[in-house]
Design a protein around this ligand. Structure first.
Ligand SMILES: Nc1ncnc2c1ncn2[C@@H]1O[C@H](COP(=O)(O)OP(=O)(O)OP(=O)(O)O)[C@@H](O)[C@H]1O
Ligand SMILES: [Mg+2]
Length: 242
């Protein structure tokens, strides 16, 4: 559904993404993991049309994304929850979610789409009338994902969705993501902590200095000391994740 082939990105004179190839299939949950500065955010921003690639192909359902504006990419069905959440501070939670329904008209009504966002993140309901500036970092993260979901996307790009969340709430968000894939959507998640990657992920890419150096299942990384060394993770025993 989403394919990147030999993508290169330069920012000024720095070669940030090098020959990146990646695919996200229908209903797949795919993760990109890498330490700080590896290029995860640049990768998601390149897909969304915020950063132009200098070489390579990016397609979504057979349509070329290279050169498309971020709003055109969103209208094609790619929802984005950025690293800094991107929540509108002066708008309420309810208004932030409602705005996404205007961006992309689909066969689902605004009511259905808003209801789905609250079903996945029921904790947001109690803050519906609160302004974005009055939320904690974790609440903003949840709102950011809920808003991307209200776009009624076919694929969601989530940049560090667990960052700043208390360990107690991480399983809730993780279950919310699983529920999203059960609604027929796919997810591409970027994270710097391997232990935030849910076990149910279909595929994991390790990004190091802008290059994909490993493709496999999360479980292949949890105990691989070489890869853990590169991404700065610690080997953990069963039941010690999160
Ligand atoms: N606008 C920019 N100008 C110059 N360099 C940039 C710019 N944006 C990103 N970079 C550089 O590109 C590299 C990749 O950054 P990026 O933010 O994509 O990494 P990341 O994997 O998301 O890191 P983190 O885990 O800290 O979020 C870094 O070396 C960063 O300094
Ligand atoms: Mg980042």
């Amino acid at each position: 559904m989403l394919t990147l082939d030999r993508v290169h990105v330069f920012i000024e004179t720095s070669h940030i993404l090098k020959d990146v190839g990646l695919t996200v299939g229908e209903r797949e949950f795919v993760c990109v993991i890498g330490r700080n500065g590896a290029g995860k955010t640049t990768l998601l921003r390149t897909i969304m049309g915020y950063v132009p690639p200098q070489a390579g192909a990016i397609t979504f359902r057979g349509r070329n994304l290279v050169g498309a504006s971020p709003s055109a990419v969103a209208q094609m069905g790619l929802g984005f929850s950025p690293e800094d959440s991107g929540v509108f501070g002066s708008l309420t939670v309810a208004e932030n979610i409602a705005m996404a329904t205007w961006t992309r008209p689909t066969t689902r009504s605004a009511h259905e789409r808003i209801a789905l966002a609250y079903t996945i993140f029921p904790g947001l309901k109690q803050y519906a009338r609160r302004k974005g500036t009055q939320l904690s970092g974790g609440e903003r993260k949840m709102l950011s994902i809920a808003r991307a979901l209200a776009l009624d996307p076919e694929c969601l790009l989530l940049d560090e969705p667990f960052e700043g969340l208390s360990p107690a709430i991480i399983p809730t968000i993780s279950e919310g993501m699983h529920a999203i894939t059960q609604t027929g959507r796919s997810i591409l998640l970027a994270a710097s902590n391997i232990h935030h990657v849910p076990d149910y992920a279909d595929r994991l890419y390790v990004l190091e200095r802008g290059e994909i150096i490993f493709i496999g299942k999360p479980a292949e990384v949890y105990h691989n000391e070489h890869l853990l060394g590169i991404i700065g993770g610690m080997p953990l025993g069963p039941g010690e994740r999160f």
